[in-house]
Design a protein around this ligand. Structure first.
Ligand SMILES: [Fe+2]
Length: 137
């Protein structure tokens, strides 16, 4: 499973788009590490980088939404939190049960699907909002 950001996922804000690109790439490295059966320590390292970047990205994105007065902020916060909880569960599973787990593939798939849908739909709406408010000024 290759996780690739494509221009169709662009929301039109340079910082957010480049963070999404980085996020997809870290996700890809992590999933690839799992798939190639790298050791637990090495997979956990990839997981940690991914997790930290998710936190940073959500923080930045929510700050930008707050400063631009975006009305969809609360919905975004809820979705982000939900996702982060699932990401934490994934980390716990790896720590306690290792990486040679068939469920891991399924968990990764769910998270990747979530991310693609979220960027495509919920973040895209924020991009539209930014364009609308910018043209109104
Ligand atoms: Fe978001």
């Amino acid at each position: 499973m290759e996780i690739k950001w494509t221009p169709a996922l662009k929301i039109g804000h340079d910082v957010i788009d480049s963070q999404h690109i980085e996020l997809f790439s870290l996700f890809d490295e992590f999933v690839d590490g799992c798939a190639k059966g790298r050791g637990k320590a090495s997979v956990l390292e990839l997981y940690q980088s991914l997790k930290e970047y998710i936190e940073k990205h959500f923080r930045d994105e929510e700050a930008l939404m707050a400063s631009s007065g975006y009305p969809g902020l609360e919905k975004q916060k809820r979705e982000h939190k939900n996702f982060q909880r699932q990401v934490s569960e994934l980390g716990n599973t790896i720590s306690s049960q290792g990486v040679a787990l068939i469920e891991l593939v399924q968990m990764n798939k769910l998270l990747v699907n979530w991310l693609v849908n979220h960027v495509q739909d919920v973040d895209q709406k924020f991009g539209e909002y930014l364009r609308e408010t910018a043209s109104g000024e």
